[in-house]
Design a protein around this ligand. Structure first.
Ligand code: IMP
Ligand code: MG
Length: 190
């Protein structure tokens, strides 16, 4: 006897490591140009998905006026989609008053996470708020958010790699790929 279980694997590669590197160089240039006149910029990075992206990006920028800070944003849902309940932990609002703030996330999907972050940062009365993501997913965003900086656009599918995970898996991949669900037949006695 066998039982059927679902498993996941990486599918089509949407962005290779080389393509990501080229996009990050362009993005770094655009961010530096946009903040050329700023003395100090507080960069709020959403853990865990955006950490790898932000760390790589700011290695290219190499300017100490950008101060990286990290907050934990968790959205709850079925593993693939957010149910709109976004919890933010570790945001020090006192450090944002009258500052230029750049919020960084891995992907703009429903928009609920970024919208919630913008609301939370706005309460701290910053001088400006800008947004940056590695990926914009081509989908109907539940909340429309202005994304100031993006590295790439991907189709409406679940993607993993370069920091993006599924259940904690696949973050370390150097490329971005579609996630595929596969059916696996498991012997009953295993
Ligand atoms: P949003 O709130 O739906 O825009 O999604 C934002 C968060 O959901 C991101 O910070 C990711 O953590 C996660 N997410 C959305 N789509 C994907 C995906 O395709 N792969 C991995 N994580 C995703
Ligand atoms: Mg996230």
């Amino acid at each position: 006897m066998e039982r059927e279980e679902t498993a996941t694997k990486t599918g089509q590669i949407l962005l290779t490591g080389q393509e990501i590197s080229a996009r990050l160089k362009e993005l770094a240039h655009r961010i530096q140009t946009a903040y050329a006149d700023a003395d100090r910029v507080v960069v709020v990075v959403l853990l865990s998905g955006a950490k790898h992206f932000a760390d790589q990006l700011f290695t290219l920028i190499d300017d100490d006026k950008f101060q990286l800070t990290y907050v934990k944003a968790s959205s709850y849902g079925d593993g693939f989609t957010s149910n709109g309940d976004v919890e933010i932990k570790g945001l020090d609002k006192s450090a944002l008053a009258d500052k230029e703030v750049l919020i960084i996330d891995d992907i703009y999907d429903s928009g609920l996470t970024m919208a919630r972050m913008i609301d939370a940062v706005s309460c701290a009365k910053p001088r400006s708020i800008r947004t940056c993501v590695l990926l914009v997913k081509q989908t109907e965003h539940t909340r429309q958010v202005n994304i100031d900086f993006k590295a790439a656009v991907v189709d409406d599918c679940f993607v993993v790699g370069f920091g993006l995970d599924y259940g904690g898996q696949y973050r370390e991949l150097p490329f971005i790929a579609r996630l595929e669900i596969v059916a696996a037949r498991i012997p009953e006695n295993s």
